[in-house]
Write a protein that binds this ligand. Structure first.
Ligand code: FPP
Length: 257
């Protein structure tokens, strides 16, 4: 996979391109609708996941081009284990295939891969590949790609609390910032924009702590068809929003003077 970095030949001066100067720093995506995309075409669900994987490559390129700095993708939730065994195996194989086939180019294009989620439960062979990919790319800084795999937001908070207790932190010393730092995303900024495709309006246990002040964008388009232009549309929508973080409009005006 070749990722096009900031395209010097881009002469697109449309309002959208101008507004993309205000790209969200951290975008998180719930890549939903692979199964329905396949069903609509009379294909097996596996075809939807494969096409969804192809689309992920497109969106990764677009994220770099649009100057997104952190991209978090929801690839496998702690709840997805309840899917048919064949589908679970396929999703494991897809992750392995992505790591085998794409790692070299992702690394060459400055993508830093991080895993967020629980390692326990993932087959040992794949755990090893995840760790190797994270280690190989740890100093890259073009784009941080958080792969949420065997991830659940509640599970993440439980682990954080367990670790805080294990570290002997006293109750009075527990702060929001501390909890944030104990999460899998510790050290990274919270998502600015969370996108969900396929017309579903749910968070499904994704970044439930980190998403407190995120902007949400829902698209009816199934993930395999959520292409660069759809992504651009989501970023444009974000650029037009006014984030208040609990403040009044007047306060925001004063802050930006
Ligand atoms: C939701 O669609 C999608 C998933 C559970 C898996 C997402 C995986 C990919 C896009 C492939 C890339 C994966 C990795 C591991 C890098 P769904 O199956 O719930 O669709 P449906 O709601 O239409 O049935």
């Amino acid at each position: 996979m070749t990722i096009v970095t900031h395209d010097q030949t881009n002469t697109d001066t449309s309002p959208v391109a101008v507004k993309l100067g205000r790209s969200p720093h951290h975008v998180a995506i719930i890549m939903d609708g692979n199964g329905r995309w396949a069903k609509q075409r009379g294909l097996p669900r596996s075809a939807g996941h494969r096409q969804g994987t192809e689309n992920l490559r497109r969106i990764l390129r677009a994220a770099v081009e649009f100057d997104v700095k952190v991209l978090t993708i929801y690839a496998f939730s702690t709840e997805n284990w309840s899917r048919p065994r064949r589908e679970v195996s396929l999703l494991m194989r897809i992750l392995e295939m992505v790591l085998d086939r794409e790692l070299k180019e992702l690394n060459e294009n400055g993508v830093q891969i991080r895993h967020i989620g629980e390692m326990d439960g993932i087959p040992d062979r794949i755990q090893k590949k995840i760790k190797e990919a994270c280690e190989l790319t740890r100093n890259n800084n073009e784009l941080i790609l958080n792969v949420a795999f065997n991830y659940g937001g509640r599970d993440e908070i439980v682990h954080a609390v367990q670790n805080i207790i294990r570290d002997g932190v006293s109750a009075e010393d527990v702060t929001e910032e501390m909890i944030s730092n104990y999460l899998y995303t510790g050290g990274l900024p919270d998502p600015d924009l969370i996108i969900r495709t396929s017309g579903e309006f749910r968070l499904s246990n994704f970044l439930i702590w980190q998403g407190s002040y995120a902007e949400y964008y829902y698209s009816d388009v199934y993930w395999p068809d959520f292409d660069k232009e759809e992504f651009r549309g989501a970023l444009e929508d974000y650029a037009n929003r006014r984030r208040r973080f609990g403040k009044t409009d007047e306060q925001i005006d004063e802050d930006t003077v």
